[in-house]
Design a protein around this ligand. Structure first.
Ligand code: HXC
Length: 260
């Protein structure tokens, strides 16, 4: 499929999606959203694809936020009537049960930081910068930034970032728990694709179940979450891949997954 705002490439069983509006530092407009919704639905539906990576084109930015030039023209009635930004939370990856990684190659600001936080985890270049600078535009984050940032880094740093609009470098982002790994800038895509390939080599149903269980930690009390995890564990023991995985261990060989 040809998209206007993103590039999509299948490398083996990993789908690489690249935000591709380098002239505006990959600013996220309505067209990007439409393309991403379509590309992630296609990824989800394609049985040959087991993990996805989202990154930004160019050397400078993952995404420098929602497209300010698109928003500057809109009035409140339009924002409200369109339920502006709802598509990012309701339609973008909400139905993506397969794993995906954000490979943050530069600025991840505003909506860019928010989209990165929608990923299952973030691998960052040592040149990455994160922030929620919306306050400097006289507004606030609108795609979940205030909520996901608190869960990722705690109230102190989230409040600091939202109220001052300052940027956090990769080292601070890693120390505060926002990103899973920081890697040398030139190694970012290789590292992210290797991590994705490793995930893609796992039993696919188990990958979905692991993702669902970790995500449940954000929605439930500890008690409910532990019970949810236990039930998912019990369900997954009914799969052929459970039998194969445990047998392969005992027989000291590599497992051959069927996704059943
Ligand atoms: C539209 C953007 C943009 C954005 C950058 N550009 N960010 N266009 N929307 N979010 C455009 C610039 O206008 C410029 O195009 C080109 O990209 C290069 O950017 P420069 O500013 O010239 O680059 P530089 O000086 O290196 O500064 C990089 C930067 C800065 C620090 C990242 O661009 C910046 O502060 N961007 C805005 C970051 C931001 O506020 N993001 C949050 C957006 S609000 P031209 O053609 O003009 O030269 C959001 C959620 C909103 O995400 C929720 C509220 C409802």
């Amino acid at each position: 499929t040809d998209y206007k705002n993103i590039l999509v490439e299948q490398r083996g069983n990993v789908t690489l999606v690249t935000l591709n509006r380098p002239d505006s530092l990959n600013a996220l407009n309505t067209g990007v959203l439409a393309d991403l919704i379509d590309a992630f639905a296609a990824y989800e539906a394609d049985d040959t694809q087991r993990c996805a990576v989202l990154t930004g084109s160019g050397d400078k930015a993952f995404a420098a936020g929602a497209d300010i030039k698109e928003m500057v023209e809109k009035d409140t009635a339009q924002f409200f009537n369109e339920d502006f930004f709802a598509g990012w939370t309701d339609d973008f990856t909400r139905r993506t049960r397969k794993p995906w990684i954000a490979a943050v190659n530069g600025f991840a600001l505003g909506g860019g930081c928010e989209v990165a936080m929608m990923a299952d985890f973030i691998i960052a270049s040592d040149k990455a910068r994160f922030g929620q600078p919306e306050i400097k535009l006289g507004v606030l984050p609108g795609m979940g930034g205030t909520q996901r940032l608190v869960r990722a880094v705690g109230k102190a740093k989230a409040m600091d970032l939202c109220l001052t609009g300052r940027m956090m470098d990769a080292a601070e982002a890693e120390a505060s728990g926002l990103v899973a790994r920081v890697v040398e800038h030139d190694r970012l895509l290789d590292e992210a694709m290797e991590a994705a390939a490793l995930i893609a080599s796992m039993a696919p149903l188990a990958a979905m179940a692991n993702k669902e269980a970790v995500d449940a930690a954000f929605e439930n009390t500890l008690d409910q979450g532990i019970k949810y995890e236990r039930r998912l564990f019990q369900v997954i023991t009914a799969t052929d891949d459970k039998t194969e995985g445990m047998k392969a261990f005992v027989e000291k060989r590599d497992p051959k997954w069927t996704g059943r």
